[in-house]
Design a protein around this ligand. Structure first.
Ligand code: TYD
Length: 140
C-alpha cells in the first residue's frame, strides 16, 4: 500500500502481553518480526511533559511507529485527513501502531508520563510533514 493511503482504521492498539513474575513485577517484550509489523531502528521517549502541553502535530511520510505509555497516560489523536480517532494510552503492555501518512497530536499527559516510541527508521528531518495543508496535499 502507498504510504499516503493509510487511514486511521489501519492504526490500532496492539496487546503486547505481559510476563508476570510472582511478587517481582511485570515485563513486556517487543521483538522484531514477531510483535509488530516493522523492524525497530530507533527508540526515543518523551517525558517531563508539562501539564497542558501538546506534542506531535506532524505526520511522517514513510515512518511506522509503536507508541507505548511506558508510564502514566496520555492521549494520541490520529487523523488521516478524513477521519480522526483518539486513543488514551495508559497501560505499559499496550502499544498504538501508527502507520505512515497519519497526522498525530499527543496531549493530556499525566504527571510522570513516559511516551516510548519504537520507530521503523532512524531520525530523518525530511520524513516529517509539519504543515497541515502540506499533509492534506500528501494524502491526495
Ligand atoms: P520533536 O519533539 O519531534 O519536535 P518538536 O519539538 O517540534 O515537537 O523533537 C524535538 C527535538 O529533538 C528536535 O530538535 C529534533 C530532535 N530529535 C532528534 O534529534 N532525533 C529524534 O529521533 C527525534 C524524535 C527528535
Amino acid at each position: 500500500m502507498g504510504n499516503c493511503k493509510y487511514t486511521v482504521n489501519d492504526c490500532f492498539v496492539i496487546d503486547l502481553g505481559k510476563h508476570h513474575s510472582q511478587r517481582k513485577g511485570d515485563l513486556t517484550v517487543v521483538e522484531n518480526g514477531l510483535t509488530i509489523p516493522f523492524d525497530v531502528r530507533r527508540v526515543y521517549y518523551l517525558y517531563d511533559v508539562p501539564g497542558g502541553a501538546a506534542r506531535g502535530s506532524h505526520a511522517h511520510k514513510a515512518l511506522s511507529q509503536l507508541i507505548v505509555a511506558a508510564s502514566g497516560s496520555f492521549t494520541v489523536t490520529l487523523d488521516d485527513g478524513h477521519e480522526k480517532r483518539s486513543f488514551t494510552l495508559n497501560r505499559p503492555y499496550q502499544g498504538l501502531l501508527v502507520r505512515p501518512g497519519i497526522w498525530r497530536d499527543l496531549d493530556d499527559f499525566s504527571s510522570g508520563a513516559v511516551a516510548m516510541v519504537l520507530a521503523s527508521e532512524v531520525y530523518q528531518k525530511e520524513d516529517y510533514i509539519r504543515d497541515y495543508n502540506d499533509f492534506l496535499n500528501f494524502k491526495k
